[in-house]
Every structure is written in structure tokens, then in C-alpha cells.
Design a protein around this ligand. Structure first.
Ligand code: WQD
Length: 340
């Protein structure tokens, strides 16, 4: 019997790439998304890659009634990957209640529906932001979480705890949280990729838009950090590699290989890369120059974070495969395709 997987936020950046990998692995996929930060045309891109158009429902999952209606209509779902959430760090500082209401209510509605409609398996989109600025690097799953740097990050911490406590109280439910480091790049087909609405906050879309002539210059937020070249260090993970980690996690739950009702894994490359090193990698991979200048630090930025991937490599059985150069080339090819 084919697995039927609900992907909430499935027309989003990581969600759409995960839908492709789920379909490639033989799953039937249904997407629930409120289209607040993505476009319905993403379904065309998914279909162009896999030849299969996923089922789609426009749903506000933070509304219990809409959530119940969805699960009443779409029966036979045996696993959920929950991406749907507000995710702009800066906006969350200005509008914390919007973030707590949307991100927490959506998850709680999903968990209630899992109990009511007998859906046992949940994979949750978490983030390395739960670690704050770690005292020791690289970060392992034993690294203690720290106070989040933003309300957005705090919703990830709280959601992890809600899943931990709910799966403990309801043994028929099982959850895995995947703590992403910095997802970047695009599908090699250039049919799907990151679609930032408005001025991009994240580094890669701003960089590719600058190289495409849509922005005057990339500002590098600080080169006076305590790092080799002074710029911040992150663990940039290819979005297709990240999508494949979700398929592995879903299969772990469906095949009942999990070791407890709630598990979490770091999903990174294990390699820290600075902003200036990333610019060099982009220029090497694409042959394009990145007009950039050093400016002051951005409030809320942590200095450096990158993953120790031993546990996800060994226990989960997943590891990243694509190089930074190849990943940055895919981001550029996507930007070129977008601008056509
Ligand atoms: C990366 C590095 C910036 C833009 C956030 C969230 C995380 C996840 C990914 C949601 C930093 C520098 C950036 C620019 C720059 N969020 N930078 N100039 O802040 O590491 O992570 O986004 O899914 O949870 O915390 O990502 O891409 O914004 O920044 O110099 O124009 O690039 O200072 O060092 P970040 P980012």
C-alpha cells in the first residue's frame, strides 16, 4: 500500500523540494498551504519535475475548523511533514503575537487531528536557531538549547516541546524534529527554488538578485567577528539533500525504526563556511562577480554555528552529498531561470 503523506507548507521553498523527493520515493502527496508566502504555480514546477501533480488544498491550519475539514476530506494519510509556519526572523520581533498564534496553533491543530484521524507519524521542520550561540562547536544533538534570538526561533523551541510532551502522553503518536542549519540552493531542473516575496532577508536570494542586477550591492553584515576572516560562519545545506532527509525520517517512523516517540536530528553538512568564503565559492562556481561591501553587524546575528552530523549520519542514516559550489551554482541557475 502506498504511503500517503500530508505536506503542510508544501508550496514553500523546502516543502516543494520535499514533495518532489517524496513523489520520487513512491509516496502519494497531498499539500495543505495557505499561500501566504508561496504561489500556487509551484505545483506546475513540481509536476514538471516528477510528472505527478500533488493534491492541493488551500488551508489556514491555525484555524481548527479548517484543519478538521481538511482531514475529513483527505482520509488515509499515514504521515505528516509539517513545514507551514511564519518564518521571517525580523518580522517576528515586530509582530510576536502573529508568530505565536500562527506557528503554535497550527501545530496544535495538526496534533489534535493526528489523534482524531489516527495519523501516527509526524516530521517537524525545526531549526538550529534553537541552539542560539552555542558555547561549543560543532553542535551535536546533546548541545543544550539556548534562549532563542527571536520570537520565530522561540516558536521552534516551543513546538519541539509540544511534540515531545504530546507524543509522550499519546504513545500511538511518534514525532521527529529535524533541526535545519542554513538551507540554500535549488532543484537542478530550475523548475522550483526559493521564491522570496519582497526584499530577501536571507543571504543567498539577496546575493543572486544582486548578481542578476536587481539589487545594487550585497552588504556583508560585519567582518569584525571572532572568526578567521571576521565574517559570520554558518552551515549551508543543499535544499535537495535536506528534502531527502525528510524522506528518510518519514520512512524511519512508518517502518517503526525510531528509538523513542520523540527524536530530533541536526541536518547540516558538518562544515562551517563564512560569508566571505561563500562569496568566493559562488564566484568560482558561476564565473560571476558579486558586488559587495562590508557594513556593520546585523542585530540578532550569532557569530558562528555549524553541525556535528555524526548522529544523523549514523542513527538516521542520512548525510549531505552536494558540494557548496554545486549548490551555489544551482541557486544562480534558478535566479537566471526566474528572470527569464
Ligand atoms: C546568513 C549569514 C548574515 C544577508 C536565518 C534563521 C534560520 C533560518 C535561516 C528560516 C549571516 C549574513 C545575510 C545579507 C549578510 N530561518 N548576511 N548579508 O540568519 O543564519 O538564519 O535564516 O527558515 O532559522 O535564523 O540566515 O541567510 O539571513 O544569514 O551578510 O544581506 O549571512 O549576517 O551571517 P541566518 P541568513
Amino acid at each position: 500500500m502506498r504511503n500517503k503523506v500530508l505536506v503542510t507548507g508544501g508550496t514553500g521553498y523546502i516543502g516543494s523540494h520535499t514533495v518532489v523527493e517524496l513523489q520520487n520515493s513512491g509516496c502519494e502527496v497531498v499539500i495543505a498551504d495557505n499561500l501566504s508566502n508561496s504561489k500556487i504555480e509551484v505545483l506546475d514546477g513540481i509536476e514538471a519535475i516528477t510528472g505527478i501533480r500533488p493534491l492541493f488544498e488551500k488551508v489556514d491550519l491555525s484555524c481548527a475548523k479548517e484543519c478538521t475539514e481538511f482531514f475529513t476530506k483527505h482520509t488515509g494519510i499515514n504521515a505528516i511533514i509539517h513545514f507551514a509556519a511564519s518564518k521571517a526572523v525580523g518580522e517576528s520581533v515586530v509582530k510576536p503575537l502573529l508568530y505565536y498564534r500562527n506557528n503554535l496553533n497550527s501545530l496544535m491543530n495538526i496534533l489534535e487531528a493526528m489523534k482524531e484521524f489516527n495519523v501516527p507519524n509526524l516530521v517537524f521542520s525545526s531549526s538550529c536557531t534553537v541552539y542560539g550561540q552555542p558555547d561549543k562547536l560543532p553542535v551535536t544533538e546533546a548541545t543544550p538549547r539556548k534562549e532563542a534570538e527571536s520570537p520565530y526561533g522561540n516558536t521552534k523551541t516551543i513546538c519541539e516541546d509540544i511534540i515531545r510532551d504530546t507524543t509522550k502522553a499519546n504513545p500511538e503518536l511518534k514525532g521527529i524534529a529535524l533541526r535545519y542549519f542554513n538551507p540554500i540552493g535549488a532543484h537542478p531542473s530550475t523548475k522550483i527554488g526559493e521564491l522570496p516575496l519582497g526584499v530577501p532577508g536571507n543571504l543567498i536570494p539577496f546575493l543572486t538578485q544582486t548578481v542578476a542586477g536587481m539589487r545594487a550591492e550585497l552588504s556583508v553584515f560585519g567582518n569584525d567577528y571572532n572568526t578567521p576572516d571576521g565574517s559570520c560562519i554558518r552551515d549551508y545545506i543543499n535544499v535537495v539533500d535536506l528534502a531527502k532527509a525528510h524522506v528518510v525520517a518519514i520512512n524511519r517512523l512508518i517502518e517503526e525504526k525510531q528509538k523513542s516517540n520523540y527524536e530530533f536530528f541536526n541536518i547540516g553538512t558538518g562544515k562551517g563556511v563564512s560569508v566571505l568564503e561563500l562569496i568566493e565559492s559562488f564566484e568560482r562556481a558561476t564565473g560571476e562577480k558579486v558586488p559587495h561591501k562590508i557594513v556593520g553587524r546585523r542585530a540578532g546575528d550569532i557569530e558562528q554555528i555549524y553541525a556535528d552530523t555524526t548522529f544523523s549520519n549514523k542513527e538516521l542514516g542520512w548525510k549531505s552529498e552536494k558540494s557548496l559550489d554545486e549548490t551555489l551554482l544551482s541557486a544562480w541557475n534558478w535566479q537566471v531561470a526566474l528572470n527569464k
